[in-house]
Design a protein around this ligand. Structure first.
Ligand SMILES: Cc1ncc(COP(=O)(O)O)c(C=O)c1O
Length: 448
């Protein structure tokens, strides 16, 4: 088949066919009334599939040139100095946290028993790294309808053991960055932004509008399919601090000291002439471990898909915003029965989803079941109140391992009465309208 062809010609032919295959067999059927409406989905075309196959044909497999390209593109787009691709958003959170436990950070290092301020309303892996390390999450209530930390409780949450604040921008809605940053600056605390659900969200601080993920010390993203862009599985950790970047890379790559990329040797020129720990002088730097690390790298195939997705991010974000606006307007008629979401002051969210809280007299379970029966996919705000989850049974019983500031009244309301539906860029106006009709009808019927 490829007789008399160069490798490049053969590859071009394959990729051309892959592009046509995608155009023909992955073409999305137009939405028809009555079709199921998912809360999220992959939005892609031939660009992603061609990149993916190209990377497979190269067969480098581990992190390579696509990974480098993605890290550069992502950092430039969002406005940070350094980005590290990892294999999931959860790995990204683990890395962001564990980097702050490094000895190099001196007094500011997070030690076991130190406290990290966060919320219980959200995704579990924003807080699991804190607990797994032996630090103490301090849970503060949220406000509704912003679904982010109640910043009026921050001072009460502070103790002499507080070292960091680690928070997600809930479903794309930035938390009150202004107040949280002022609090962190006042007490010299680290700020980790879990930006997994908020890529493309904007916030204006001191007159400057920037993307979320650029305000704290470290931020994280997830590229699991429902997210703002996807790699299948994947994530990123980003920072503008060179020391934190070095630590992130070390913990990501087995804890090693050496910064050579896969397949690279002796970048620093000192591979065999240094003293490390109590190792023999000149021990191969490639095998020197300055931290107890992990391997959280992703493959180049994932990054290849991500590179193509990055070119679509701007368009995805505007579609998310438009879908949100349309749904928001049409649901005004049930605003006396459902609490509609509200963007934080100074924020322009790229919404991950549309949060709705049932007011008194409206049964969330009935509304959700009616929507699901009518083909509208719904989701909970993940763990609801994390402390009520079975994984907290032991800690709850012992009353150890975490701390609660005051009550988590709104977090419980969220757990009992809140759900969300999608606004992802694969949705068109017809789908938004059908979803809105179904929500209105479900609420009205429930009230009868
Ligand atoms: C806020 C938040 N953080 C972290 C994650 C974890 O990301 P991943 O599924 O890629 O591990 C998620 C997952 O959706 C999330 O919503």
């Amino acid at each position: 088949m490829f007789e008399n062809k160069t490798e490049q010609e053969a590859r071009f032919e394959i990729l051309d066919m892959v592009g046509s295959y995608c155009d023909i067999y992955h073409k999305k059927a137009r939405y028809k009334s009555g079709d199921k409406i998912s809360y999220a989905g992959r939005v892609y075309d031939r660009d992603e599939m061609v990149n993916l196959v190209n990377s497979s044909l190269e067969f480098w497999l581990t992190a390579g040139h696509y990974t480098e390209e993605f890290e550069k593109k992502f950092a430039e787009y969002i406005g940070v100095k350094y980005c590290s691709v990892v294999n999931s958003g959860s790995s990204a959170n683990l890395l962001a946290f564990i980097a702050l436990t490094a000895i190099e950070l001196g007094e500011r290092r997070i030690n076991r028993g130190d406290e990290v301020i966060t919320v219980a309303a959200g995704f579990p892996t924003t807080i699991t790294p804190i607990l797994q390390y032996g630090a103490v999450p301090v849970f503060v209530d949220i406000t509704i309808p912003q679904y982010n930390i109640d910043v009026t409780k921050l001072e009460e949450a502070y103790s002499s053991k507080t070292k960091a604040v680690m928070l997600a921008h809930t479903l794309g809605n930035p938390f009150n960055i202004k107040s949280v940053k002022e609090f962190c600056d006042k007490y010299n605390l680290w700020l980790i932004e879990d930006n997994c659900d908020a890529l493309g969200s904007l916030y204006t601080l001191n007159g400057e509008t920037k993307f979320t993920g650029t305000f704290g010390d470290i931020a994280t993203s997830s590229f699991y399919p429902p997210h703002h862009i996807t790699m299948g599985e994947g994530g990123a950790v980003y920072t503008s601090n060179p020391l934190l970047h070095k630590l992130i890379r070390s913990f990501r790559d087995w804890g090693r000291d050496c910064v050579c990329a896969s397949g690279q040797d002796n970048l620093c020129g000192h591979r065999f002439d240094q003293q490390y720990g109590e190792l023999p002088f000149g021990y191969d730097h490639k095998y020197v471990y300055s931290h107890l690390g992990y391997n959280l790298k992703a493959t180049d195939m994932q990054a290849a898909v991500g590179c193509a997705q990055m070119n679509k991010l701007e368009e995805f974000s505007s579609r998310r915003r438009a879908n949100f606006e349309r749904l928001y307007k049409s649901l005004q008629v049930v605003a006396d029965k459902l609490i509609l979401p509200q963007a934080a002051p100074l924020a322009d969210p790229s919404w991950f989803g549309f949060l709705l809280t049932c007011k008194a007299g409206v049964d969330k379970n009935k509304v959700v079941q009616s929507l699901e029966k009518n083909g509208i996919q719904t989701r909970m705000l993940f763990a609801g109140n994390m402390i009520k989850q079975p994984c907290f049974d032991e800690m709850r019983l012992n009353g150890k391992g975490y701390r609660v500031v005051g009550t988590l009244e709104n977090t419980d309301i969220l757990m009992n009465a809140t759900f969300w539906v999608g606004v992802y860029p694969g949705m068109n106006d017809d789908m938004i309208d059908a979803m809105s009709d179904a929500i209105i009808s479900a609420v009205m019927t429930e009230m009868e």
